[in-house]
Design a protein around this ligand. Structure first.
Ligand code: 13P
Length: 250
């Protein structure tokens, strides 16, 4: 099955609206007319500016988090329908920084992923092991727990709409990249987990790699059988670097 590659820029807590606009001025002219799907994930403060800035392009925009409820007394949170109302296409869920620093759990994600789908948003679900979990040979156990519990409430018929990003935590922002063998093995393992849910839908799910992706290593990582794109942090802040990563997938 041929899957359309997807390159996503996770800007984390970088770039306010003005600097996001400068990025788009430089990046959008480099976007190929067709080819890989491209998603920019700005902070909440810059979402509307980026949505408006990308309106005439084929670049999509995703938030970096979302609450599972529609409304309520949840100070600091944003709901699925609010993201839809401002024109977001998707939402990053379960990034390791949210799990580790803000206490996000698999139980939260089991509620968030189906809510995003119901709202019409593409969930980009992040999973991945810590360095000590990899050293203890627990990578597969961690991935199984995260993938199977976070998707537990997703109907089989909706599985293909989920994007999964394999992001080994030891490779995020460290300059260390998973070897192609490690990234390929983890992505194939994740696809096998999805096959255990629904063999047909599993073939359509895009599985991304994330963790120190750069123009210099993108071609090799994006060439792996079960890797269908990348979730890029640091290198996505530079329009030239992100454009080079998009070109590597084209
Ligand atoms: P880096 O590309 O900076 O390692 O970040 C990866 C990441 O966390 C993307 O979500």
């Amino acid at each position: 099955m041929s899957r359309v590659p997807l390159l996503a820029a996770n800007w984390k807590m970088f770039k306010g609206p003005a600097s996001a606009g400068e990025f788009l001025d430089a990046f959008l002219p480099t976007v190929p007319e067709d080819g890989p799907e491209i998603v920019i994930c700005p902070s909440f403060a810059s979402l509307t500016a980026v949505i408006e800035g990308c309106a005439e392009s084929r670049v999509e925009v995703a938030a970096q988090n979302m609450h599972f409820d529609e409304e309520g007394p949840f100070t600091g949170e944003v709901s699925p329908s609010m993201l839809v109302e401002i024109g977001a296409d998707g939402v990053v869920l379960g990034h390791s920084e949210r799990r580790a620093l803000f206490g996000e759990t698999d139980e939260d994600l089991a509620r968030k992923v189906p809510r995003a789908l119901e709202a019409g948003l593409t969930p980009l679900l992040c999973v991945g092991e810590t360095e000590s979990e990899r050293r203890a040979s627990d990578t597969e156990a961690v991935l199984s727990r995260q993938v199977l519990s976070d998707l537990a409430e997703v109907h089989d018929s909706d599985l293909a709409r989920v994007v999964i990003a394999y992001e080994p935590i030891w490779a995020i922002g460290t300059g260390l990249t998973a070897t192609p063998e490690q990234a390929g093995e983890a992505a194939s393992f994740i696809r096998d987990l999805l096959r255990s849910r629904d063999p047909g839908q599993a073939e359509a799910v895009r599985i991304l790699y994330g963790g120190s992706v750069k123009p210099a290593n993108a071609t090799e990582l994006l060439g792996l059988d079960d890797v269908d794109g990348a979730l890029v942090g640091g290198a996505s802040l530079e329009p030239g670097d992100f454009a080079a990563i998009v070109a590597a997938a084209s």
